[in-house]
Design a protein around this ligand. Structure first.
Ligand code: ZN
Length: 244
């Protein structure tokens, strides 16, 4: 019975390690994807900044064209002043020129504002380019490390799986079936230590009779609530100490 329990505990330990390694292995592609997602986000941000700069530049060019068109109109109207025949026509022309010159004043102010905005846009584009390049470098580095980790995890898991296979074949078939059945229905945990007066798996208090039986180690004792196989940490350690 001591040997049975010992084998089952070792099997449980190996299965725990394998489960850990599996979840580590599964987390690696997710960590990779998160890093790649960050690069994608920064690329999108850079494109947005470049578009903003382009839009601002387009607006600036349009205003420049408006300014030019207005200025040539002003020139034309001014030269027409000498050809008009009536005061009314002259007044109308001067009024038109006044409006155009006022509009041009506004346009010049807007264009100056846009130049400032363009400087700001260019700085943003540059910042985002730098951030993207940095993140790309970091992602490449981390992905290399992650690829190494993955191989490491896979190698460890393969070695443990072999060890587990050897151990499993050494365990009596009926005992192995019991273990497999409990593990399958209890989230992979079939063997647990007693935690004070309670089962370490489900935390339900154990009957004193069961606790006494556990101490004698005459038979495998299972929790009456979760059916997991129980062991007494202290007894095992004392036993091992005596043997040692
Ligand atoms: Zn239990």
């Amino acid at each position: 019975m001591v040997q049975d329990l010992d084998q089952l505990r070792r099997l449980q330990k190996l299965d725990d390690c394998l489960r850990d390694l599996r979840s580590q292995g599964e987390a690696i592609p997710r960590r990779r994807a998160a890093l790649e997602e960050r690069v994608k986000e920064l690329k999108e941000k850079l494109v947005a900044a470049e578009q903003q700069r382009e839009e601002t530049e387009k607006t600036r060019r349009k205003l420049e064209r408006d300014l030019e068109a207005n200025s040539s109109k002003v020139q034309r109207y001014k030269s027409q002043q000498w050809q008009v025949k009536t005061n009314r026509e002259l007044e109308a022309l001067r009024h038109e020129v006044g409006l155009l010159e006022a509009a041009n004043g506004d346009l010049e102010e807007q264009i100056l504002g846009l130049f400032e905005e363009l400087d700001h846009c260019s700085a943003t584009v540059q910042e985002r380019k730098t951030a993207l390049v940095d993140q790309e470098r970091l992602t490449a580095e981390r992905c290399r490390v992650l690829a190494g980790e993955l191989i490491n995890v896979q190698n460890k898991a393969a070695a443990l799986a072999t060890e587990r296979e050897l151990l499993a074949t050494a365990i009596r078939a009926s005992l192995r079936r019991t273990y497999d059945r409990i593990a399958a229905s209890r989230g992979g945990i079939a063997v647990v230590a007693v935690n004070g007066p309670a089962c370490g798996g489900c935390n339900v208090y154990l009957r004193p009779q069961l606790l006494a039986e556990l101490r004698t180690q005459a038979r495998l004792v299972t929790c009456e609530s979760c059916q997991r196989i129980l062991y007494y940490e202290q007894v095992e350690e004392a036993h091992e100490a005596m043997e040692g």
